[in-house]
Write a new protein. Sequence first.
Length: 190
Amino acid sequence: MNYFLVDPNTPNPMNATTAGFVAGTYWFLMLIGRLVGASIGAKVSSKTMLTFASGLGLVLVLLAMFMPAIQVSMPVLKSVAGVTSFGLLEVPINAAFLVLVGLCTSIMWGGIFNLAVEGLGKYLAAASGIFMVMVCGGGILPALQGWVADIAGYMPSYWVIVAGLAYLLFYALIGSKNVNTDIPVGTPVV
């Protein structure tokens, strides 16, 4: 998002500091999403939470990709004449939608993990260790998106994110079905 916001070909490009603050708002919204997710996690199933978060994230990314680049006001830290303050900043609506995705992405890991190890019984410890190795995908997807951005541009690179969110939605709805009905659940690992 930083590169998109400072690109001279983008309508009303920003300075790098301000663009960094806009992108940083994504991380702030991840914190908010995590706190909300933690507070409702005991009341809502992992499947429901992952379905909602990945579906909403998918809609927001698609809106960011296809909306015209109109300016909207967004609350953000900003830097004006070397002074940092909190206030409204005019940003492309595309960036605002991408920032809002932060509300969704923060709760996904817990939901994915819970669904992945559900019903594993005595194999839970081994599967948990293997599953933790797969975190490397969080380093691969940004590199893949960067490569696509170099070839096709900033907004088309978000097709990588659309594919990832679509897979998570599939996983939440269909792919996480527990087929291990013969493994006793709740068996202590020795």
